[in-house]
Design a protein. Structure first.
Length: 285
């Protein structure tokens, strides 16, 4: 990669940031598109977030990705938000539009694109169960509702966290959302078309942890998705495959949220194939 005075700069704000796969994915895509852009990891301490955001303007960055723990806290420092970022209450992409900082959320849209393009399933009219009610569940659930899911059940061990999400969906979209205890998974899974795990259960280095939902509750009509992408195939997905279910891996959400961010910054489509190749080469499993 040859950097020059003309090279445009994009960063990712987070803490920690060492584990992020985004530099690998984005730099591979810039190179493939022959764009003179570079993408760098930037460790940002929470108490300096305001100054870091000002730095986007001061340093004339094209924009940045924002990751944990800054996705919600960054919002007050931005000038505008996209509709989905407003509803989700979190931003993972910022673009610097001639000094105006606009925040987007491509996490939920990234999941929906992987559902569409990889599983070949449209969210419209679907009944969906989501395990967990953290940041990833919030982005995915609200985006699925915006894209026409009929009914969304959030199964979480802390019902108050699930309610924060169902309230947004019920008051701002046409979808119907409810929160249920994890113990009711058996009944709920009989009613839904799609199951999504948005908890870290099964993630490296705990890949042998049992899945939250027992194998015999997975019947073959279900599309089973896991947002965990390390390992590529979690215990939940292996169980689902054995039960004859269609499965969707977490890598798709990661790649498509990145491809959407690339498009926001450059105005061009990213090569999803190149991004996948770079991810799989660099993912330590
Ligand atoms: P988070 O905000 O910490 O939320 C985690 C959720 O999982 C919480 O609702 C928590 O329940 C639940 N949970 C955790 N441990 C549990 C357990 N032992 N039993 C039952 N529930 C449990 O995390 P997040 O940011 O949403 O991320 C969740 C997962 O998604 C991570 O594995 C992450 O790698 C993955 N992810 C993937 C992508 C992608 O691009 N594929 C993007 C984002 C995240 P409580 O509410 O009760 O605490």
């Amino acid at each position: 990669m040859l950097l020059s005075g003309k090279t445009r700069v994009i960063g990712i704000f987070g803490q920690p940031i060492e584990h992020s796969m985004s530099p690998v994915i984005q730099n591979a895509a810039f190179k493939a598109a022959k764009l003179d852009y570079v993408y760098i990891p930037l460790q940002v301490h929470e108490h300096l977030l305001n100054q870091a955001v000002e730095g986007i303007r001061a340093l004339n960055l094209v924009g940045v990705n924002v990751t944990i723990p800054h996705k919600e806290k960054v919002i007050p420092y931005l000038d505008n938000l996209s509709t989905e970022a407003k509803l989700i209450g979190a931003v993972n992409v910022i673009i610097n539009d001639k000094g105006t900082l606009v925040g987007y959320n491509t996490d939920g849209r990234g999941f929906v694109e992987s559902l569409r393009f990889e599983a070949k399933v449209e969210p419209k009219g679907k009944r969906i169960a989501i395990l967990g009610a953290g940041g990833a569940a919030r982005a995915v659930a609200i985006q699925l509702a915006l894209d026409g899911a009929e009914e969304i059940y959030l199964l979480n061990r802390s019902p108050e966290k699930a309610k924060l999400i169902t309230d947004v969906i019920n008051s701002h979209t046409a979808s119907k959302a409810s929160s249920c205890p994890l113990e009711n998974a058996g009944d709920i899974l009989k009613k839904v078309d799609i199951l999504i795990n948005s908890t870290p259960i099964g993630m490296y280095p705990n890949q042998n942890q049992p899945a939250l939902v027992e194998r015999n509750l997975l019947s073959e009509h279900l599309l089973v998705c896991d947002l965990v992408y390390n390992p590529l195939e979690t215990t939940l997905l292996r169980n689902a495959k054995e039960q004859g279910c269609q499965i969707l891996k977490g890598t798709g959400m990661l790649i498509y949220q990145g491809a959407l961010a690339f498009e926001i910054w450059t105005g061009q489509k990213a090569s999803v194939e190149i991004m996948y190749e770079a991810l799989l080469k660099n993912l330590r499993i």
